[in-house]
Design a protein around this ligand. Structure first.
Ligand code: ATP
Length: 242
């Protein structure tokens, strides 16, 4: 795993018109590495994820992945480059079935011709998430919050990413469900996929990723290994409730 194959984010300034949110963010995720961006509500985590996925154009700064400059590319082009986002709030297609949602994640490989490998990828997703297999003909809107989060992750994996962006995967979920989601994140990380996730609650993230950044008011104020940050008194007070 080297940075040349990973994500390199330099000097991102971004926001919404006059509302400036990010003030020069630099982060890196090596190939196969799992990294967390910790930050309280409203500190700019989602804004950064949107810049990385190509959903928001930053005022300044660059995004590189696997040696390619993604800065000007559309969201669809970034998916082709191997970057997939699991958005905050899941955004599954509620009137479609579970399987149709998963297939949407591979839509480039379904039309105009169906790539036979899509079936194998679906089988792999169903092996990771047996619950989705059970519910494959159910409408996504009838799933529980945890099941919808699993579906959103599965849909992203169907694009065969090399970097998975997970924006607050634990949001609104019961502790037991959060544990299940993080167990899956650890598994796909162990399979070699690079992961960048955001969290408000650092406890689960520290057990899952090797390295973290702390984002506060649009700037990275601290970074280091999970062990180092978990022992930092300021981090404990702000993000572990200690
Ligand atoms: P959350 O936990 O709520 O997702 P966050 O760290 O992801 O928090 P962002 O969603 O990036 O924070 O929001 C950062 C700031 O930008 C907040 O003050 C928010 O109100 C503001 N903001 C977010 N989206 C917009 C928008 N579309 N237009 C204007 N301001 C916005």
């Amino acid at each position: 795993a080297s940075l040349g194959d990973g994500l390199v984010v330099r000097g991102i300034h971004a926001g919404y018109g006059e509302m400036r949110v990010l003030h020069g963010v630099d982060i890196e995720v090596a190939a196969g590495e799992a990294v967390c961006l910790i930050g309280a509500n409203g500190m700019g985590k989602t804004t950064l994820m949107r810049c990385l996925a190509g959903l928001l154009r930053p005022y300044e700064g660059t995004v590189g992945f696997a040696g390619r400059n993604l800065t000007g590319l559309s969201a669809a082009a970034r998916v082709r480059e191997g970057v997939a986002l699991v958005p905050e709030g899941r955004h599954v297609f509620k009137p479609m079935t579970v399987q149709e949602n998963l297939e949407m994640g591979a839509y480039k490989r379904l039309w105009p011709r169906r790539d036979p490998k899509v079936a194998a990828d679906l089988a792999h997703i169903y092996e990771i998430f047996p619950r989705l297999k059970e519910r494959r003909t159910s409408l996504a809107g009838t799933l529980s919050g945890g099941e919808q989060q699993m579906l959103a992750i599965g849909r992203a994996l169907m694009s065969r990413p090399r970097l998975l962006l997970l924006d607050e995967p634990s949001m609104g979920l019961a502790p037991r469900v959060v544990q299940e989601i993080f167990a899956v994140i650890r598994r796909i990380s162990a399979e070699g996929l690079a992961i960048l996730l955001t969290e408000q609650n650092a406890r689960m993230a520290f057990r899952t990723v090797s390295r973290c950044y702390v984002l506060s008011e649009g700037q990275i104020i601290s970074e280091g290994t999970s062990e180092k940050l978990a022992a930092d008194p300021a981090v404990k007070a702000a993000y572990l409730g200690i």
